[in-house]
Design a binder for this molecule. Structure first.
Ligand code: PLP
Length: 432
């Protein structure tokens, strides 16, 4: 019997459409291989913050506490909703990043988070399954993290509808998203919207004035809207006029027709990428009773249970312990700030150089946050072809290209380039 005859329709679809040899992972592997043969090669493909010697930037307090876990804490199963103390602390930790006047309202209008096994990816997958079904529309920005397509379109078979988040001049705008919401509203059908700030790949986050355009539309929208708010890089914002925390508090309390699923996790917030712990918090448009909040949280836990049972327990125990001890918590926050400062100093240098330079083939977008800078490549050039040239010259970047949507750009991860190499990396880019 042929292996393929055992496959379900979905099995075939995933096999035919998901390509692990393309995209970020593939460019990452090529850059690693190239680095073995090209002296001084700079690998800016990786979306994890690394130290100057190339090792991961991690938070020592977390590492120390991992070593002190008991066997039960490390090897035991976790509560399927998340360890109680941990999820309470996680919510407090999230709320503490919002402006004070928004904290109480956001707290009241949202559930406690539920943990998901498999990082933010699992959170996106679980909420996608719970709120949308095959052929429901999901509005996605043209510039998006590539796995979004695998999760929502290749696995869940949702209908892909693109909105332009970034203009040709590299500015962020919500006008096109608002137009798309209005089109959907006319059909009266439920619609999903994927939002991600700081955005991967563009490194863009909105100012409040920019976001207002979207909020005003959501405030009056008449059809059901589910927002999947991917907060992977929340808080990594380096400019003053930009919202420097998740936009979640602005999405709750807007309109009873709007439900927001905030998807976040420890991957980037606490530099623990491989621990695979994500969290989902639901935010409502209007006040809801405690009973509904608990029911909806239970639903998230049921969905999590059907996919991967419970989440890793050890890292939850570690963070719960740190958050319960003021001294350890402050130490953790200081370590996090150190990582932030390193990334910010790389950002500032990257920004300074890109502001000074112009290029005949590409335009730098108004990146202001996150781990990446991004260049829109002119229509008559191919980002992938330029990526090949850049790779040969000693710099690993990731091209983003899709002829159907008009996506054509180059992403450089400044989070993984040591500061002294940034100028050389940009020289290579600008000399291509
Ligand atoms: C925008 C965005 N969302 C989600 C993820 C996935 O996070 P996790 O590794 O926790 O699944 C990433 C990872 O790079 C990302 O860039």
């Amino acid at each position: 019997m042929k292996f393929s005859s055992f496959l379900s329709t979905k099995g075939h679809h995933i096999d035919d459409t998901v390509d692990l040899k393309k995209g970020t992972l593939a460019w990452g592997i090529r850059a690693k291989n190239k680095a073995k043969t090209v002296p001084g090669f700079i690998n800016a493909t990786i979306g994890s913050a690394t130290d100057d010697d190339g090792s991961l930037l991690i938070l020592p307090t977390i590492k120390k506490e991992i070593n002190e876990l008991t066997s039960d804490q490390l090897f035991g199963y976790a509560n399927v909703r998340g360890q109680k103390t941990f999820v309470k602390h996680w919510k407090e930790d999230t709320l503490s990043t919002f402006p004070e006047k928004l904290v109480e309202r956001t707290d009241q209008l949202s559930t406690l988070p539920v943990t998901t096994c498999g990082g933010l990816t699992a959170g996106l997958s679980i909420t996608g399954q719970l709120f949308l079904e095959e052929n429901d529309s999901l509005l996605v920005p043209v510039s998006r993290w590539r796995n979004v397509d695998n999760i929502f379109f290749r696995n869940l078979n949702l209908r892909e509808e693109n909105y332009r988040l970034i203009t040709k001049e590299g500015k962020l705008c919500f006008e096109n998203l608002v137009e798309k919401i209005e089109e959907k509203e006319k059909t009266g059908k439920k619609v999903g919207i994927y939002l991600n700030f700081p955005n991967n790949p563009s490194g863009i986050s909105p100012s409040f004035d920019q976001l207002k355009v979207l909020l005003e539309k959501l405030e009056e929208v008449k059809t059901s809207v589910i927002i999947f708010l991917d907060d992977a890089y929340e808080g990594y914002v380096f400019e003053k006029n930009v919202i420097n925390h998740s936009i979640f508090p602005y999405l709750v309390d807007l309109n009873d027709n709007v439900l927001t699923a905030k998807i976040d996790g420890i991957s980037k917030r606490y530099c623990a990428y491989g621990m695979r712990l994500g969290l989902v918090t639901l935010g409502f448009g209007k006040h809801k009773g405690q009973e509904l909040k608990e029911q909806s949280r239970e639903l998230l836990a049921k969905a999590a249970r059907t996919i991967a049972s419970s989440s890793p327990r050890g890292i939850q125990e570690v963070l719960a312990k740190i958050f319960s001890d003021e001294e350890k918590k402050q130490q953790l926050l200081r370590e996090k700030k150190q990582v932030f400062d390193i990334i910010e100093s790389r950002y500032k240098l990257t920004k300074e150089i890109t502001k000074k330079n112009g290029h005949p083939y590409f335009t730098s977008v108004d990146f202001n946050s996150g781990f990446f800078c991004y260049f829109i490549v002119n229509d008559n050039k191919s980002a992938s072809a330029l990526g090949e040239e850049i790779l040969e010259k000693g710099l690993g970047i990731v091209p983003f290209e899709n002829k159907d949507t008009g996506l054509n750009g180059i992403r450089m991860a400044f989070c993984s380039i040591k500061r002294e190499n940034i100028s050389r990396a940009l020289d290579i880019l600008y000399s291509t």
